[in-house]
Design a protein. Structure first.
Length: 183
């Protein structure tokens, strides 16, 4: 069961052209690339359905499993046609709306969005809980339940006992207890 070579080459060319067009900023080219990819996928499903020229399910003579074709690829092609039609309508509406409002259907970098994104990166650690307030991690001797007290210290910040002594000295110098504040 070898698929026709011309159809395989056409499918590959449609996939390549579709990917190339979808990587452009023009919404019309993205739409055309999407259509090419959808048709290439339909062709792929058609090629998996069996040899061309045979009846859809059976020829009526050989009713065994070898004489029948799989109807699943045909059902998948029908489903893919419906899905690609609806997504094409959606993309056409996007292209029309873009042309109607901006008189341009290509996507450009928005300077205001870039400015907001650059400003937001300064405080993004606070929202994510990674603001650098805590320098230790959950790995190694900073774990809440270390494996044993004889584990080698692989960090530059000292052993857990040395860090506890530094913390107590800092609390005594500042005049308040941080354990009371955390409770």
């Amino acid at each position: 069961m070898t698929p026709p070579l011309v159809m395989v080459i056409a499918m590959g060319a449609m996939y390549a052209a579709g990917i190339y067009l979808m990587l452009d900023r023009s919404l019309t080219r993205v739409l055309l690339g999407f259509l090419l990819m959808g048709n290439a996928t339909n062709l792929l499903l058609l090629l998996t359905g069996g040899l061309p020229g045979r009846p859809p399910l059976t020829d009526g003579e050989d009713l065994s499993a070898e004489g029948m074709l799989d109807p699943l690829p045909q059902a998948l092609i029908l489903t893919a046609i419906v899905i690609s039609f609806s997504l094409t309508a959606f993309l056409l509406a996007m292209v029309y709306r873009s042309w109607r409002f901006v008189r341009d259907e290509s996507l450009q970098d928005d300077l205001e969005d870039m400015r907001v994104a650059l400003e937001a990166t300064g405080g993004s650690g606070d929202e994510a809980g990674t603001s650098g307030e805590y320098e230790d991690t959950e790995f190694g001797d900073e774990a809440l339940t270390p494996l044993d007290d004889d584990a080698p210290d692989l960090d530059d910040d000292g052993t857990p006992d040395e860090r506890a002594a530094l913390r107590e000295a800092h609390e005594a110098a500042s005049g308040h207890d941080t354990e009371e504040e955390t409770r």
